[in-house]
Design a protein around this ligand. Sequence first.
Ligand SMILES: [Zn+2]
Length: 347
Amino acid sequence: MENIPPHFSPDPRPENRDANDTFPEPSAGYPPKPELENKKGNVWIRSITSLALYLLIGYYFFSYFFSVNWALLLILTAIVIFHELGHFLAMKTFHYKELGIFFIPLLGAYASGTKREVSQKQSAIILLAGPMPGIIIGIILLLVSNNHFVEDFYHIDLLKWTARLLIFLNILNLLPIYPLDGGQLLNRLFLDESRLVEKIFVVVSALALGYFAVRISFYPLLVFPAMMLFRLRNETRFDALTRKVEEQGINLEKTYEEITDEEYWRIRNILIENNYSTLRNVNPAPPYEYSAYENRVVSAIENLLQRTVIQDLSWFGKLIIILVWAGSFAVPFLFNMDIPFLSYHAR
Ligand SMILES: [Zn+2]
C-alpha cells in the first residue's frame, strides 16, 4: 500500500476554510483508505472449529447430566446442521458472501453471510429456508413411520422420534421471539424507518425470556436477554451514528470499496468524535496518519455501511409469508403429536 506523507495544512484561501479548519478541500489528496482484508479463509476455519467445540461441550454436558444417548445426540446435531444448511443454501442462492455456519455449544447454530443491499423478500426466504425443509421432511417421516414401511419396531420408534424432533425443534425456532428465526422474520416483515417496532419487539422478547429463565430457575439462560439488550443498545448507537454521518452529507448506502478516501477520513473522524467504543486509542485527523488500530476503523466503517433493508415485499407477499409461518404451528395438531416427548429414552 502506498503511503502518502500525511501532513496537510489548512487551505490558505479563506473562502474555502470551515470554522475549525478541520478538513482541507475535497480536491486535496487524502491518504488512501486501507484495503479490506480478505476474510474468506477464516470463515471455514471458524465454522469447523465451532462445530468441534459444539460437539465436545455438548458431549460433556450430556454425559454429565444424562446418560449419554448417542442416537439422540447424533439426531439433534444432524437436525441442527440440516436446519442451518437451509439458511446457508438460500443465502448462497442470493449471492451472499463470506458464508459460514457457526455452532454455539448447547444452543444450536447460525448461518451467516454478508451482502450488499439486503432485501426484505430475500431475507424472509432465507429465514424460512431454515425451519421449513425440516418441518416438511418431519411430516414425510411421520407419514412413513405411521404406514409401517419399516418393519422392525426399534427403527420405527427411531424414525418417529426423529420426525417429531424435526418438527418440534423447527417450530420452536419459528416462535415470534427474537433472535429465533420466527422473531427475525416478523421483525423483517414489519420493519419501519425508525426501527421502533424492532426495538419494542426485542425488549418484549428479552423480558419474556428473562421471566421464563427465572420462572424455571435456569439462570444461565439469562445470558440471552442480556445479549439481546446489549445488541439493541449497539444497534441504537449505530442508528445515531448513521444519522450523524448522513447529516454531513455522506451517503452510507455504499460498499466499502465505493466510499472515497475523503469520505473514509471524514467518517473516521465522526466515529472518533462520538467515542466509538473500539476507537478510543485512535486520534482524529489531521494529521492524516494511519493508527496502529486502523483495522478497527475499517471494521467500524464497514458496520455503518448499508444498514438499510430494501423493502420489496408487497402486502400480498407479506400475507403469504405470515400464512406459511402461522400454518406451521398447526402441524403438531394436525398430526396429533404429543408434545412433551422430550422424555424420550432410547433403548
Ligand atoms: Zn434458523
